[in-house]
Design a protein around this ligand. Structure first.
Ligand SMILES: [Zn+2]
Length: 145
């Protein structure tokens, strides 16, 4: 399937995914979009510090892996974040997560914004942002619970 708005901002991509595959629950949006794009979705044991990753090697089918130890809602958010990277084509060879993680803060911010459009209600997003500010942490490098 084409990725018609890959040049768009993360939020635009999120809204497009919601309009195209959504109007239900974030998990259903995620699963429909992954099927349409041919992206495998897996929940597997991962190291504690790793919520998920996008593996996009040229010969293999792209896949999103989320940490099976985390709550379902958080795994959905993580997977949506990775899907936004995929749709935006954030780098040719993506490996998001772990030591080789994408380090471009703009990519991270855009992926967060896109996932938030689908999965995080506005009040919750604001509370989360305020919590990050109070704790002195960056909203762009963490994923909400
Ligand atoms: Zn990311």
């Amino acid at each position: 399937m084409d990725r018609p708005i890959k040049k768009g901002s993360g939020a635009q991509v999120g809204r497009w995914l919601w309009e195209t595959f959504g109007r239900c629950k974030p998990r259903a949006t995620l699963e429909r979009a992954c099927r349409a794009f041919g992206v495998l979705l897996r929940s597997e044991p991962l190291p504690d510090a790793l919520s998920g990753m996008l593996l996009c090697e040229s010969e293999c089918q792209p896949r999103i892996v989320t940490n099976a130890a985390e709550l379902d809602e958080r795994q959905t958010f993580t997977a949506l974040h990775e899907l936004i990277h995929f749709v935006r084509n954030d780098g040719d060879q993506l490996f998001d997560g772990g030591e080789e993680s994408l380090s471009d803060p703009i990519f991270e911010r855009e992926a967060f914004a896109g996932a938030r459009e689908i999965a995080l209600p506005l009040e919750k997003a604001i509370a989360y942002r305020d919590g990050c500010k109070a704790a002195g942490t960056s909203i762009f490098y963490t994923i909400p619970p």
